[in-house]
Design a protein around this ligand. Structure first.
Ligand code: SAM
Length: 318
């Protein structure tokens, strides 16, 4: 599900005040910054032009990653979520994704960088579906406290920016302000996966129950292996120019963890870990269940399951 077209148009036509060259350079710098400064707690997006380039080049993908992570999570557990906080909200991708799926009444965005907040607020003020119920706050998760609690707390693509020695403290903080569910989304890199696995351990230690994507508390993947999921992001003309590519889409790799304070039971499910191998009379799936990671084969004889398996993608339940 794409970032709403009204938002894409607004960002690309109304907000975009800089030349293509400048936009391209900023987008390149952002991507280099993210590749080389993981886990160091540095400020990676400071200027207005960087924030704009982020909104154009990265926001459609982070939106899609949060959208898919939440969709998968509420398939397992869907409490009555009415209030949400987006921490490290950037330009608001996470909050917009949640608001497209759930019937949210109150949205609070918390973001450290003035430039990101300014763009995010403009986007929200100009999107009919979100402007009335949202609020933006200047906030540093490493220094500031939030007194309130929210049904859902979303943190997308932020944990990897926090210095490694503070990540656990940040996860505990996020857990404290969450009433029903905490959703953390990270880039689908090995480091992103490690951040998620460490966050998962911390949340279980604090009494959290894992909603998705993991079926078991203990990760069954061998050392040096990791999992991620992928979602397809449609590229607009300007997006293609920025990325200097002709393909009309890009695949965003992401990983996430959703945890709750309530009891849940998901142990009869299996999570598909890799893209299904489809043959003429059967489908092979690599899945993760409560006990192990294994390959299962679903044949044509099992008509209904076969139909589902053929259409499934990594990250789905079976
Ligand atoms: C890669 S962006 C992700 C933005 C948005 N969540 C998304 O998914 O598109 C990371 C954001 O986290 C913010 N951030 C990083 N460290 C932070 C901190 N200590 N407190 C609050 N925000 C922080 C950055 O300013 C940036 O806007």
């Amino acid at each position: 599900m794409d970032l709403p077209i009204e938002i894409k148009r607004y960002i690309e036509n109304e907000l975009n005040t800089i030349s293509k060259n400048e936009l391209q350079n900023n987008a390149k710098n952002i991507s280099l910054n993210y590749r080389t400064n993981e886990g160091e707690g540095k400020r990676l997006l400071k200027s207005q032009n960087e924030a704009l380039a982020y909104a154009i080049s990265r926001m459609p993908a982070t939106y899609e990653a949060v959208y898919n992570s939440l969709k998968h999570s509420i398939e397992i557990y869907n409490p009555n979520i009415k209030t949400m906080a987006d921490i490290g909200a950037g330009t608001g991708a996470g909050a917009i994704a949640v608001n497209e799926i759930l019937d949210i009444e109150e949205i609070e965005c918390f973001e450290r960088e003035d430039a990101m907040r300014k763009i995010g607020k403009k986007i929200f003020d100009n999107y009919y579906n979100i402007s009335e119920k949202s609020n933006w706050n200047k906030f540093d998760i490493c220094k500031d406290e939030i007194a309130k609690k929210y049904d859902l707390v979303v943190v997308s693509y932020m944990l990897n920016e926090i210095s490694n020695d503070k990540k656990d403290i940040v996860v505990e903080k996020l857990w404290r302000i969450c009433n029903k569910m905490l959703l953390i989304v990270e880039p689908g890199t090995m480091q992103g996966y490690n951040n998620i696995i460490n966050a998962k351990k911390k949340l279980i230690e604090k009494g959290g129950k894992i909603v998705a994507p993991c079926i078991s508390n203990e990760c069954k993947l061998p050392k040096n292996d990791w999992c991620n999921f992928s979602c397809r992001v449609q590229r607009t003309k300007i997006h293609k120019e920025l990325k200097e590519g002709n393909v009309p889409y890009e695949d965003e790799k992401y990983i996430y963890i959703a945890a709750t304070k309530d009891e849940i039971n998901n142990t009869d499910k299996k999570r598909i870990l890799r893209h299904p191998m489809i043959y003429s009379g059967f489908v092979k799936l690599k899945v993760c269940d409560e006990n192990e990671i294994k390959e299962i084969t679903i044949t044509k004889k099992d008509k209904e399951k076969f139909k589902v398996a053929r259409k499934s993608i990594a990250g789905d339940l079976i």
